[in-house]
Write a protein that binds this ligand. Sequence first.
Ligand code: ZN
Length: 300
Amino acid sequence: MYATKVSDRVYMLDTYGLGQPSTVSVYLVKGPKPTLVDCGYASSYESVLRGLAEVGVMPTDVRYVIPTHVHLDHAGAAGRLLKEMPNAQVLAHEKGAPHLVDPTRLIESSTKVFGSAIMELYGLPEPIPQDRITAVREEASLDLGDGLSATLIHTPGHAPHQISVVLDRTKAMFTADAVGIVYPGMKALIPTTPPPSFNPTELVATIGTIRQTKPSELLVPHFGARKDVDWVFDRTAELVQRWVDEVKGLWKRGMSLEEVTEAMKGEVARDAGTVDLPIYAQISIRTSVMGIINYLEKTA
Ligand SMILES: [Zn+2]
């Protein structure tokens, strides 16, 4: 099964990123103008098509595709999916749009971070024709028909060009990676602080901005719908700050990336009350540590 109904109009589609369930989700708003929020890795685009089929939406019905930011787990499949969705327009932040049109630099920088073996698992993003993209800035509203509408909000920090999406009527918020990684049933949160452009000040400010929209629930890409909105916001802001301070301390003592990663894995495992963290969580922790180190080096 790929699709789970979250509420009246909203479905979560599990992309089975890297073959694993419950790691990377995308969301569908099913209305007169079906809208896909996020796309998953290029290598898992077929999961998205299967999810759409399960809920009875034809790819040709899809009207909007919103990759919340250009990272490969969110926008990787966009180019491939658009080939199946001739009636869809892409909405993306103006700073991200050029990377969707020409992913060359994005592929280069991602390969530097993850290595070419992992890039092969992720799959490479395909270019999107410029005329299929509408660029947005600080805020934009979107009419989805039948009284449904959404607001796109710029949410920098995780990436400078990230946007989150709120459904105006229900206040359900598609957070993108503005909030940390949360797993269903796991009492731990992993800050989403990857290279190359994580900025802790902006990330914490973004939490303040999106809190003001008073979301009724959070639709988190990694992973699932959360009603404990305040806990997720509070914990994200608190842990981003704490991880930056702790990683800074360990890094200054001369620890390697792997050693710092092990230390942070220990903390997450303690919060989660388990010694066995899922492999996806372990990869995410390493990526977040890399992002913090990268930020510390840039600002040193
Ligand atoms: Zn992500």
